[in-house]
Ligand binder design. Sequence first.
Ligand code: AP5
Ligand code: MG
Length: 210
Amino acid sequence: MRIVLLGKPGSGKGTQAAMLSEESGLPHLSSGAILRDEIREKTPFGMQIEEYVLKGEIGPQELITDVVFGYIERKGYASGFILDGFPRTVYQAEMLDERYRPGMGVLIDVPDDLIVDRISLRLTCADCDAIYHGTSRPPASSGICDSCGGKLEQRSDDNAGAIRKRLESYRNEIQQVIDMYRDTGRLLTIDGTSTPGEVYKSLKNATMNR
Ligand code: AP5
Ligand code: MG
């Protein structure tokens, strides 16, 4: 099963993908996490896209698509995955359909007024990318990842300027992607405003029990 999670920055794509991955056994791939790893490792690609990620802009499309597809191939994930953050544009959605056509796109619907609180209090593990939140999902020990013991930090693009830009990029690009999934009968929309556990129940209903 190939599933795509769509939604604004901070809508909970990463949180929900991790929960669904754990229960379903499907691998979770976050394009943002792949890009952040490349930046951390200072690869030539990482250095090329760092500025875009820091500013919250969509980077070079073809290159990012190649890297995400290369990752899917290398890891042997072609037959099933939960993809989060990709596709973001019509180009990416068309390329994905050509190569690994997903069976469904799940849109996690959250109004803008919840986004800033969610993102500004987010903490992410520098080692395993696990996601926490200062109030809704605090770690057991302050600053330390429950899963791997890594150091929790704030993402460098979780600042007011980049958040604004990410929301703007999202608005400019995503509607056509949503329309593509709707027009091909693959769009499911879930309410992302309740607790992570409640949202997960809807996601599970929409995907695993379908
Ligand atoms: P990416 O990493 O994909 O960032 P994003 O789309 O902005 O989404 P986020 O990761 O910020 O949010 P999320 O929906 O995963 O929410 P989360 O679960 O963490 O991309 C980063 C950048 O990389 C982009 O700006 C771009 O530059 C580049 N990029 C990535 N993909 C690209 C592509 N395909 N093409 C080109 N460029 C690309 O939750 C957020 C917080 O809320 C957490 O603290 C969490 O604990 C909390 N939370 C989650 N759910 C709930 C809930 N139900 N109730 C309360 N709190 C909750
Ligand atoms: Mg994410």
